[in-house]
Structure formats: structure tokens, C-alpha cells
Design a protein around this ligand. Structure first.
Ligand code: FAD
Length: 459
């Protein structure tokens, strides 16, 4: 059995990150009676949704000594989910700032998260500008505790504290994953231009640097202007590859998306075979083109540089494990947990349910299975993933059944039918009409049902 907690036990909990996951975790933990400190290395709430024109010193983001920029959001980004599907249950993402569109810009989502933090007085729990550098278990009087070492960057204050529990909400769209393709390319500096004026100035200066650049990750993409008259190859089938290729298409000379066709000027419908030093790219269909820029839109890695668990939690081929239901490592449960590991579905709602579950388990109101049973469940799950031929790196892709399971643990209602249908129909429209799905739709009846539900919370 996991350590028995008397119901309504209150704990001192460290939450790492004040993005969409950390904010709702803080709210739910406090609602359950825990005392909470949220560590946030940025100066405001919002995580991924804080747009910045800064990019990393290494455009490929492989240099471990680079200064890390957290957000991957680019200037033109609009959500890929309709606003009705995005919000937390009791705080819907209704129109709030200057962007009333159904698939709004990143600024609208940030405004929403800021409003959420204000509404529930979450900022008073947050230590801004404070990076967690080390989290490790330790024994105190026979009880397992967590040592949390952090630095308040500006004041250079280091803190070394002990907490009963840690909830990791540090996000997983910052550490890029790269396509492993033979060949070596030069580094690309394109992404270092912060605005159109800088690009123009540089062009006029006529330096060679502008032409010598070659390779970057989409994490460092912000605006399309630097790609004017360039031949660009994007690698990947992700939402970013589709969106960024369209963003660049109006400026670049040619845009090729490796592995899928695209409505940009020139099409390549084949994966890449290898790179050459002279800047050419050979596709698996034998076609060779001379390119100016390769952009890896190949996703991100789970990465917890601050976490020391003696092997109780590892990341192997992008599987974080072993984790019971993507949240609790059995050996350390329930005193360390992870929010936001599953990808897909409606992220904010999922974070909210995971937060409720963790809060209830910590207080002893919700009981976890024994360590052995949790491990059995995890092994069975991994075997199912393997039997279905799903690569290990996709272990954390989830469906709505997962949300519903969490809801059942927390005594919440299942995902609303309209939300499921809206999510699925949006996916279908996105694949069929990537260029228009954000502005044209037919699911008006689902929008009405959502509005009806939201009126409970917004009137
Ligand atoms: P984050 O938002 O990344 O927040 C993590 C926080 O932890 C950050 O503020 C970071 O500074 C902090 N942190 C990290 N490490 C430390 C440390 N050591 N010490 C202190 N603080 C730390 N989702 C949708 O629902 N709809 C969309 O349309 C959508 N589009 C997306 C587009 C892009 C390009 C990306 C990258 C993601 C998109 N997502 C979308 C997913 C989005 O990431 C999630 O919705 C959600 O915002 C993630 O929240 P999070 O709190 O888990 O992580």
C-alpha cells in the first residue's frame, strides 16, 4: 500500500511552474487545504503563452550552455482548438481581450490565464523570477520529504527548503527534439531577427552571414520576414510544420515540407534522406534541391534537469516513467507528481482534473492503489502500447477516456458530449482544411450547447 494518509491531511507543497498546469494545480491544492508555494522562473504567469521575440543563442537549441527561452509561440500563432474546448471547467475561455475570434491569438490565451490567476488570487502563492535547480527526496525523522533548491535570479538569492510534496508543472515544449538525418549543416541565424526592420537593415548591410545560415528548430521561429526569397525545407508533420509553412509561404521563394505535401510554392512529398555540406537536401524519392534553411518542426522532449530521483523516474525515448496514469511514480507516490504529461485532448481541462486528483490523494480523501498494483497497471499499459505498435515516444498520447477516468476518481462529471464532439470535428476539419478550419465551421449546435453550459459560470 502507498503510505496511509489520514483524510484531510494538509501538506506543504511546492509547485514548479506557473503555466496553465501550475496555476490550476495551485488553485486545487489550496482548495483542498494544502499550503502552496509556486516557483516560476519567468516574471509572469502563462508559461508557453508568453510570447517573446527573443530566441535562443543556438537556433537548433542543442547547446546545453545556451540561454533557454521557454516559449515556442510565434507571432502569428492562433490556437488550434476552438476557445470553447480550451478553458478550465468553471472558468471558460470567453472573449476577454482584443481578439474575439473562435481560434484566438496567443495574446488572448495569455490574457485568459492572467485573469484566472487574478480571479483565484493565485499570484500571492507564486515566487516569480525563481528557478528551481534541484529537487531531491530526503528523509526527515523517518518521513520522506523533498529538498527544493531554487535561485531568485535577479537578487541572486539561493534558497534550500524542505517540502512535504512536489508537483511538477514545468511544461514540455522547450527542449527540442531533432530529426536524425545523416549529414552536417551550418548553423542558421535567421531566427535572430526580431522584426522586419532588423531584417531589412541586415539585407542592406550585404553581409555574407545572411546567406551562410542553414538549420534551426521551430522553437526559435517567430516571424516570416527573414525567410524572404529563401528556399526553406520544414521537417515534420506536426501542427507547427503545417502552420509555419503557411506563414512563410508568402515570403519565401520555395517552401518544402518533408513528408507531406503543402500548398506553398513548391512541393516535396517525401521524407529527407540526407543533407549535404553544400546545402543540398536529398529526399527519399531521389529529388535533390539546394536549400537555404532547414527547419526542424520535430517536436520536443520531456526534460527535467532539476529532478534527482535515483532512477525512480526516468525519460526513455520520450517516455517518462514509470508513472501511474501519467501522474504518480509508484516508488515515490504520492509525494511527487506530474501534471501535463499527456499530450492531445483538451489540455487545460486535463490539467484541472489531474490537479484535483493529486490534491485529493495528498489529503487522503482519495486512495491510490498499492505500489505493486500501480506497477502492475503501468506494465499492462506499456504492453498494450507495444501490442498496438505504438512507438514508445508516443506513450503519453491520450484520449478522452483518460479524462473521464480522472473525473471518476475525483467525483467530477464525465467530459461533456459537446466537448468531445467539438474536439473530434475540429481535428477532422484541421486535417481536411488546414488553411480555413480556424475561420469556417459548421458545428454551431455544439457552440450553443457550450454557451449554455458556460452561462452557469459567466452570468
Ligand atoms: P508551460 O505553459 O510550458 O508552463 C511551464 C512553466 O514552468 C513555465 O512558465 C516555465 O517558466 C516554468 N518552469 C519550467 N521549469 C522551471 C524551473 N526549473 N523553475 C521554475 N519554473 C520553471 N494547447 C491548447 O490547448 N491549445 C492550443 O492551441 C495550443 N497550441 C500550442 C502551440 C504551441 C506552439 C505549443 C508549444 C503548445 C500549444 N499548446 C496548445 C499546448 C500548451 O503548451 C498547453 O496548452 C499548456 O499551455 C501547457 O501548460 P503547462 O503549464 O504544462 O506548461
Amino acid at each position: 500500500m502507498t503510505p496511509s494518509l489520514s483524510p484531510t491531511t494538509s501538506h506543504h507543497v511546492a509547485v514548479i511552474g506557473a503555466g496553465a498546469a501550475g496555476l490550476v494545480a495551485a488553485r486545487e491544492l489550496r482548495r483542498e487545504g494544502h499550503s502552496v508555494v509556486v516557483f516560476e522562473r519567468q516574471k509572469q504567469v502563462g508559461g508557453t503563452w508568453i510570447y517573446t521575440d527573443h530566441v535562443e543563442t543556438d537556433p537548433l537549441s542543442v547547446d546545453p550552455t545556451r540561454t533557454v527561452v521557454h516559449s515556442s509561440v510565434y507571432a502569428s500563432l492562433r490556437t488550434n482548438l476552438p476557445r470553447e474546448c480550451m478553458g478550465y471547467l468553471d472558468f471558460p475561455l470567453v472573449v476577454r481581450s482584443g481578439d474575439p475570434r473562435r481560434f484566438p491569438s496567443h495574446g488572448e490565451v495569455l490574457a485568459y490565464l492572467q485573469d484566472f490567476a487574478k480571479e483565484f488570487a493565485i499570484e500571492e502563492m507564486i515566487r516569480f523570477g525563481t528557478a528551481v535547480e534541484r529537487v531531491a527526496p530526503e528523509s526527515e525523522g523517518g518521513n520522506r520529504k523533498w529538498r527544493v533548491e531554487s535561485t531568485e535570479t535577479e537578487k541572486r538569492v539561493r534558497r534550500d527548503e524542505v517540502y512535504d510534496a512536489v508537483v511538477v508543472c514545468s511544461g514540455h515544449y522547450t527542449e527540442p527534439r531533432l530529426a536524425d538525418i545523416p549529414g552536417n549543416l551550418k548553423i542558421c541565424y535567421l531566427c535572430h531577427f526580431k522584426n522586419v526592420e532588423e531584417v531589412e537593415l541586415h539585407r542592406k548591410s550585404g553581409t555574407d552571414k545572411f546567406l551562410a545560415r542553414k538549420e534551426m528548430h521551430s522553437h526559435n521561429y517567430r516571424i516570416p520576414e527573414p525567410f524572404k526569397d529563401q528556399v526553406v525545407v520544414l521537417i515534420g508533420n506536426s501542427a507547427s510544420a503545417v502552420d509555419i509553412s503557411r506563414d512563410i509561404a508568402g515570403h519565401a521563394k520555395e517552401v518544402h515540407v518533408a513528408g507531406r505535401s503543402n500548398a506553398a510554392d513548391t512541393l516535396s512529398n517525401s521524407p529527407i534522406d540526407r543533407f549535404h555540406e553544400d546545402g543540398s537536401v536529398v529526399f527519399q524519392n531521389g529529388k535533390t534541391i539546394l536549400v537555404d534553411v532547414i527547419m526542424h518542426c520535430t517536436g520536443y522532449k520531456y526534460h527535467y534537469p532539476f529532478l534527482e530521483t535515483n532512477g525512480s523516474v526516468t525519460v526513455d525515448d520520450n517516455r517518462v516513467g514509470p508513472l501511474y496514469k501519467d501522474v504518480f511514480p509508484p516508488a515515490l507516490a504520492p509525494y511527487i507528481s506530474f501534471i501535463g504529461i499527456p499530450s492531445q485532448v483538451s489540455p487545460f481541462r486535463l490539467f484541472e482534473l489531474q490537479s484535483k486528483w493529486i490534491s485529493g490523494v495528498l489529503s487522503g480523501r482519495i486512495i491510490l492503489p498499492s505500489k505493486e498494483d500501480m506497477m502492475k497497471d503501468i506494465k499492462y499499459f506499456y504492453a498494450t502500447v507495444e501490442a498496438q505498435g505504438i512507438p514508445k515516444r508516443y506513450t503519453h498520447r491520450t484520449q478522452f477516456e483518460y479524462n473521464d477516468w480522472l473525473a471518476s476518481q475525483c467525483g467530477c462529471s464525465e467530459t461533456e458530449q459537446w466537448r468531445k464532439e467539438m474536439y473530434l470535428t475540429t481535428g477532422v476539419r484541421k486535417r481536411a482544411h488546414p488553411e480555413t478550419y480556424r475561420d469556417e465551421w459548421e458545428d454551431h449546435h455544439l457552440i450553443s450547447q457550450a454557451s449554455q453550459d458556460f452561462s452557469l459560470y459567466t452570468l
